[in-house]
Ligand binder design. Sequence first.
Ligand code: APR
Ligand code: ZN
Length: 361
Amino acid sequence: MSAYIKGLVVRAAGTAPAVEELRLPEVGPGQVRVGIRAAGVCHSDLSMVNGTLSPPHPLVLGHEAAGEVLEAGAGVTRVRPGTHVALNWSPACRECWFCTHGEPWLCAAANVAALENGSTLDGAPVHVTLGLGAFAEQVVVPEKAVIAVPDELSWENAALLGCAVLTGTGAVRNTARVAAGDTVVVIGLGGVGLSVVAAARAAGAAAVIAVDLTEAKKALAEAAGATDFVVSSDNLSKDIRSRTQRLGADHAFECVGRASTIRAAWRATRRGGQVTVVGMGRSDDMVELSALDIFSSARTLRASVYGSADPDVEVPALAQDVLSGALRLDHLITDRITLAEVPAAFDRMARGEGARSVVVF
Ligand code: APR
Ligand code: ZN
């Protein structure tokens, strides 16, 4: 039987998100209904409402979440009612070119910014962010979009594993392959950047230089394991050089999603260094690099989408790391909020305050 639930909806471009009553579709074959217990507020959700992206409307926000399977449709084998799960916003089809060539994070069938999944608002179809729309009491999703996690893992930690932590950790381990002794710069210290800091330190980086706009992020950076904290300025590359034997860093991670910070990351690295773009920016925000600079600096510029990871493998592994104490996420959660308080959390995020706000249900 289809259920009525509350969810956070943007009705039209430029309007404020509001809690609305939604009707969920029946659970079809291969689908599951999940009762959401925790959902993190990620910058990508803010990008859906502030004009960075132009998604279709009406739109249910949210994609970083965990919950309990309430109902499993015919043929579902991965989970059953009662299973604790983290949601996966890029479930791999396992059949396309990318999936069969070891790059499931680029799956051609996944990664749709927003789609209709049968949920309705006032009787009309709504779109759900990244196929999930997880700022809602319940969601109906394909079983491949859920990953079983241990019951002992907190809902909040499970939620963060599904986006910020996998994205940040994967960028370090899989995309950039930071090695012991490397020097690392991380620009932008939200949930994603702080996860990069922690993973770089865990990988044995000799220095992790964390960069943000204000001193307010210093304590968070240090809690995540940064060795240095720098307030971003026009002198950033000089500042980084003075901390890296005048060379520049081996690695820079851009965790903001702007051309200017990609440029800053480029200048922060040494000759032959690697720039990893983790932030998602606008389609009209252009990065200018000279042809000579690209050649003679011999740097590598690459993007990391969803941590270049297979979430089905890495989320359970990260969950074990949390349970063993090897990975600490507590410092990432700075606010626990209700669904109705998400717009205020967006405002804090736009001001660069705190790390993750998590909706608890
Ligand atoms: N220099 C340094 N730091 C900056 C700058 C800048 N010019 N501009 C913004 N920041 C900082 C903010 O102060 C904030 O601390 O970047 C941080 C971004 O954090 P969040 O807004 O919490 O974003 P997060 O959810 O971590 O996502 C970061 O990754 O997945 C993408 O879409 C996501 O582009 C976003 C990025
Ligand atoms: Zn996200």
